[in-house]
Design a protein around this ligand. Structure first.
Ligand code: GUN
Length: 291
């Protein structure tokens, strides 16, 4: 059996098209244009690429994009002052501070300074608490994208065994909350989990978010399971030429595709969904701000 490949690129394009339609109507009917501010501190090359992509796609769906690029040595006070200004700016409906921040900045303090209503990443402690208690929250973009693909593929998730490998605040923990909200039986596994292979083999839904290239082989996958690979790992690819690299997930795709019922590829799976959900969250924040 070969798994169905879940096309995150096409799925994300559909979300962006719906967001763009909604933005057009909002402009026509109310004269409001949603605005997203993205703050990048320092010159991390991967972060710079993400921020550029976010800015481009924000404009493509008809929203305003405000990019704030600050030097790596920016003080906490200056960064907090910028966030205060963005919180108070009625043209800004969403604020995203790209992570990781340089070491001298306290990421928790910075994130919790964002107005929770503009926290389109869903990382503010208020949104984390709202999500954890089943209330209306801004939901982190990557797990939200994963949930959308799972619902699309499986319909009702009630009663399914879901295993989330990875316990990060950005993906693993909110993913587990979302799956619990959809009535799955949820296990969060991590680097200290005993018999990880056996735990994974129980999963009807297996979400891998550990950041270790190919660490989950096909024989850890239950036959017919739906596998969501959140990992985006850049590894050397000497077969493509000296110094070349390629992207791989946390799941060993070649072996897992033979066992799973459906699987997301890397690239082209979860990745494109993250920015699409960010745009959807920005639209949501804008609509909530304007009643
Ligand atoms: N860095 C890696 N992923 C993310 C994300 O989803 N949001 C932010 N702000 N930074 C990130």
């Amino acid at each position: 059996m070969t798994a169905t490949i879940i096309d995150g690129k096409a799925f994300a394009a559909g979300i962006r098209a719906r967001v763009a339609d909604h933005v057009t109507r909002l402009k026509e009917e109310s004269g409001i244009t949603p605005g997203l501010a993205v703050v990048l501190v320092g010159e991390d090359p991967a972060s710079a690429v993400y921020v550029r992509n976010k800015g481009r796609q924000t404009v493509e769906v008809g929203m305003n994009s405000y990019e704030h690029k600050l030097p790596a040595e920016t003080s906490e006070g200056d960064l907090l002052a910028l966030i205060e200004r963005l919180n108070a700016d009625p043209a800004v409906h969403g604020i995203l501070v790209q992570l990781p921040l340089p070491k001298h900045l306290n990421a928790d303090l910075v994130i919790n300074a964002i107005d929770p209503a503009k926290d389109v990443d869903g990382f503010h402690i208020s949104n984390v608490g709202l999500l954890g208690t089943g209330q209306k929250a801004m939901v982190p973009c990557t797990p939200l994208g994963c949930l959308m693909m799972l619902r699309d593929r499986l319909g009702d998730l009630s009663g399914l065994d879901a295993v989330v490998v990875g316990r990060s605040n950005i993906v693993g923990k909110p993913m587990a909350q979302l799956l619990l909200g959809d009535n799955c039986t949820v296990t969060i596994a991590h680097s200290r989990t005993k018999n990880l292979a056996d735990v994974c083999r129980r999963a009807d839904i297996l979400v891998a978010a550990v950041g270790r290239p190919g660490m989950i082989p096909g024989d850890w996958v239950k036959p017919g399971a739906t596998v969501i690979d959140v990992g985006i790992n850049r590894i050397p690819a000497p077969e493509k030429g000296e110094g070349k690299t390629r992207l791989v997930g946390d799941v060993d795709f070649a072996s897992a595709v033979e066992v799973a019922g459906a699987i997301t590829p890397v690239p082209g799976g979860v990745g494109p969904m993250t920015i699409a959900c960010l745009l959807a969250n920005t639209l949501t924040a804008c609509c909530r701000a304007h009643g």
